[in-house]
Ligand binder design. Structure first.
Ligand code: KIV
Ligand code: ZN
Length: 387
C-alpha cells in the first residue's frame, strides 16, 4: 500500500499541551477545518478526561462527515465505555486504547508486570471491539520497550482485534535510523492479518519528530500521527504540514502519497492560531510567516526571475496567495520597484534612486515596511519630485 493515512491529533495530544486548550466551539471549528483538509482520522479528544471533552467529541462525531472520528481511552472498561458513548453519533468511529509497555512505565507508573500488561491489552482491545470494528492500540513509550516484549504486546493487540498498531515515541527519544530499523523489525515479527497497519506517533523533544516519522514511513508505517503547527505534549508532535509537504515535495524519496488537500494547510494553521491564540513561530516550516518570504535583495532578484531559485514548494500548494516579497533593510531596488508598481507608483531613474534611499532609512528604523507605510513614503517622494 502506497498511501499513508494522516491521523490528526491536534484536538487531543495537541490540546493537552499547556497554552493550547480549546473551547468546545473552538474544537468544532477546528474539526470542520480538518475535515476540509481531508485527513483520514480526527482524534477529537479523550472522552474520559473531562465532561467537556466528552461533549466536544460527541458534537464532532455528530456533525463531521468523511474522516474517522476517534477518542483516546486508557485500557479500562470505564474509559472505553466513555469513548464509545462520546463517539456514538459518528458514521465512522475509532477507539484508540493506550497502555505503557516500557520497563519504566510498567514498574513506576502502572505497577504491572509483563503478564498483567499483556492481559490488559488483550481484554481492553477485545472489549472495545464490542463497540466498533476500528480499534487502535498504542504501546505507550514503545521506543523504550524491550523489542521482544513490544512484538508480543502488538501481536496480542492484533489477535484481540486491533487494526492499527501504533508505536509512539512518547518522549521524543528515537533517531531516524533507529525507528526505521524498529519498523522493519516489527513488520517482520509482529503476527497480524493483512488488514492491520503500523502507525508512527513521534514527539519533538530532540527536534526529530518529522524526520523520525518519515523514517518510520520508509520502514513500513502506513499511518502517521501528527498535529497542525506541531502542537502537542512538551515540544510537540510531528507537524502535519511538514510531514505531508515532505511526502509530496520529495515523493521521489518516499514513493507514498497522502489524501490531504494541501491547499487547505494554511487555512488550518490559521484556524488553529485563531482558536488557541497562539501563532506558529515566524520561521516555522511551511506555515511560518517567513516560510515563503524573501527580504534579502539577492534572493528577491532571483525569485522575481524564477521562484524556484529560492523556493522548493509553491505557496499556492499550501493555499497561500503571496509573491513572497517582503520589503526590509536587506531588500533591493528590483523588489522595491515591483512593489511600488503594484501600488500604483511607476519608479525609474532618479525617482527610483530617491525612493530607494528614503525606503532604506525607514527600513532601518522599522524593520519590515508594509504596503501602507510604503505607499505613504512613495506619496511623500512623489510630492518632493514635483517641487
Ligand atoms: O505520546 C504518546 O505516547 C501518546 C499516546 C497516548 C498515543 O500520545
Ligand atoms: Zn503523544
Amino acid at each position: 500500500m502506497n498511501r499513508v493515512r494522516i491521523f490528526d491529533t491536534t484536538l487531543r495530544d495537541g490540546e493537552q499541551a499547556p497554552g493550547f486548550s480549546m473551547t468546545e466551539e473552538g474544537k468544532r471549528k477546528m474539526a470542520r477545518t480538518l475535515a476540509a483538509l481531508n485527513v483520514d482520522v480526527i482524534e477529537a479528544g479523550f472522552a474520559a478526561a473531562s465532561p467537556g471533552d466528552a461533549r466536544a467529541i460527541h458534537a464532532i462525531a455528530g456533525e463531521i462527515e468523511g474522516p474517522i472520528i476517534c477518542s483516546l481511552a486508557r485500557s479500562t472498561r470505564g474509559d472505553i465505555e466513555a469513548a464509545a458513548q462520546a463517539l456514538a453519533p459518528a458514521t465512522r468511529k475509532r477507539i484508540h486504547i493506550f497502555l505503557g509497555t516500557s520497563p519504566l512505565h510498567r514498574e513506576f507508573k502502572l505497577k504491572l508486570d509483563k503478564g498483567q500488561v499483556i492481559d490488559a491489552i488483550r481484554d481492553s482491545v477485545a472489549f472495545a471491539r464490542g463497540f466498533t470494528d476500528d480499534v487502535e492500540f498504542s504501546a505507550e513509550d514503545a521506543i523504550r520497550t524491550e523489542r521482544d516484549f513490544l512484538v508480543e504486546a502488538l501481536s496480542v493487540a492484533a489477535a484481540a482485534g486491533a487494526t492499527t498498531l501504533n508505536v509512539p515515541d512518547t518522549v521524543g527519544y528515537t533517531t531516524p535510523d533507529e525507528i526505521y530499523d524498529l519498523f522493519r523489525h516489527l513488520g517482520d515479527q509482529v503476527e497480524r492479518g493483512p488488514e492491520v497497519i503500523f502507525s508512527a506517533h513521534c514527539h519533538d523533544d530532540l527536534g526529530m519528530a518529522v524526520a523520525n516519522s518519515l523514517a518510520a514511513v520508509r520502514g513500513g508505517a502506513r499511518q502517521v500521527e501528527c498535529a497542525i503547527n506541531g502542537i502537542g505534549e512538551r515540544a510537540g508532535n510531528c507537524a502535519l504540514e511538514d510531514v505531508v509537504m515532505a511526502l509530496k515535495t520529495r515523493s521521489d524519496a518516499f514513493g507514498v502519497t497522502t489524501d490531504v488537500d494541501t491547499t487547505k494547510i494554511m487555512a488550518a494553521s490559521r484556524m488553529l492560531a485563531q482558536v488557541t491564540n497562539v501563532s506558529p513561530p515566524r520561521n516555522k516550516a511551511i506555515v511560518g510567516a517567513n516560510a515563503f518570504a524573501h527580504e534579502a535583495g539577492i534572493h528577491q532578484h532571483g525569485v522575481l526571475q524564477n521562484r524556484e531559485t529560492y523556493e522548493i514548494m509553491k505557496p499556492e500548494d499550501i493555499g497561500l496567495a503571496t509573491d513572497g516579497i517582503v520589503l526590509g533593510k536587506h531588500s533591493g531596488r528590483h523588489a522595491l520597484a515591483k512593489r511600488a508598481n503594484a501600488l500604483g507608483f511607476a519608479l525609474e531613474g532618479a525617482a527610483l534612486d530617491r525612493a530607494f534611499a528614503a525606503f532604506k532609512e525607514v527600513a532601518d528604523e522599522v524593520g519590515l515596511v508594509d504596503d501602507a507605510r510604503l505607499a505613504a513614503l512613495l506619496a511623500a517622494q512623489d510630492g518632493r519630485g514635483d517641487d
